[in-house]
Design a protein around this ligand. Structure first.
Ligand SMILES: [Zn+2]
Length: 277
């Protein structure tokens, strides 16, 4: 979308554009990472673009946690300013920005330029694990033995009936680690944790646990399943393959979207390691 197209957007369309950039697979709660049970709050009583998450009870819009949060400027103006500043090879002054946007106030233009430059100085997708990310569960006190009993009933869990606390860990290749103790390692819990911590362009590597299946589909780098039995061997193969396909890279569109997400500062709050005492 070029500048003149952006300039013609209605505020509703500009918001829809921002939502598509921030949430390529549909809205995600900015507080807890939930994607189900989200309700769009419509009508005059609510500000436009407001969602309510019935998982955590919080409300959010697509501008939460971005440099646009708390701004009274139309989203269209922000998108135009992003486009101008990002497209300017030699940088642009606040005065030039004011003229190009047709803004009445120099102060507003200066403020816009300042916030966008601030966002551009942040680490790309700061806080989100990127590249090849491996997801795994471990259990405090060691991995339990395989559970031989029936796969049903309250006792059945990923821990195979164990009382040990499962800890989900996400490990960035040669990089950072996020870990969190969880009550159970079901699809919903895993999806929230993965989504809140991993860049949508990453390649997700996990074992064959079905809990990763749904959330795995959301990653542009693909979901690579490693068979438990042949773990080391298979893992090496998958890693090589995905590293290669990653270098070829996701399409330009995906990279653009990732970049815009970075510029917009639309970063999920990172969950810090919080192990039980
Ligand atoms: Zn929520």
């Amino acid at each position: 979308m070029n500048l003149s197209e952006i300039s013609k957007l209605s505020e509703d369309d500009a918001r829809a554009t921002l939502e598509r950039i921030r949430w390529p697979s549909g809205p995600v709660c900015t507080h807890c990472g939930a994607v189900d049970h989200l309700k769009k709050l419509e009508g005059k009583a609510h500000r436009p673009g407001l969602y309510k998450c019935n998982d955590c009870g919080e409300q959010f819009t697509a501008t939460v946690n971005t440099v646009m949060e708390d701004s009274h400027l139309p989203i269209r103006i922000w998108l135009m300013a992003f486009s101008i500043i990002c497209g300017a090879k030699k940088g642009i002054s606040a005065l030039q920005l004011q003229r190009q946007l047709g803004l009445g106030s120099y102060r507003t233009a200066w403020h816009l330029a300042h916030r966008i430059r601030y966002a551009m100085k942040q680490e790309p997708l700061a806080g989100l694990l990127a590249g090849v990310v491996e997801g795994d569960e471990t259990y405090v006190g060691g991995k339990p033995r395989k559970f031989a009993g029936p796969r049903k009933g309250p006792k059945y869990s990923r821990g195979r009936g164990t009382k040990k606390v499962p800890v989900v860990a996400l490990v960035e290749r040669d990089g950072r680690v996020r870990a969190m103790p969880v009550e159970r390692v079901d699809a919903k819990t895993l999806a929230k944790f993965v989504r809140a911590n991993v860049d949508p362009n990453a390649a997700l590597h996990t074992d064959e646990w079905a809990g990763y299946k749904t959330v795995g589909k959301e990653f542009a780098g693909g979901h690579h399943v490693v068979n438990h039995g042949k773990r080391e061997y298979a893992r090496e193969g998958v890693t090589i393959n995905s590293a290669e396909s990653f270098r070829g890279g996701p399409g330009l569109r995906d990279r653009m979207a990732a970049w815009l997400r970075w510029i917009l500062g639309s970063i999920m709050p990172p969950i810090s390691p919080r192990l039980p005492a």
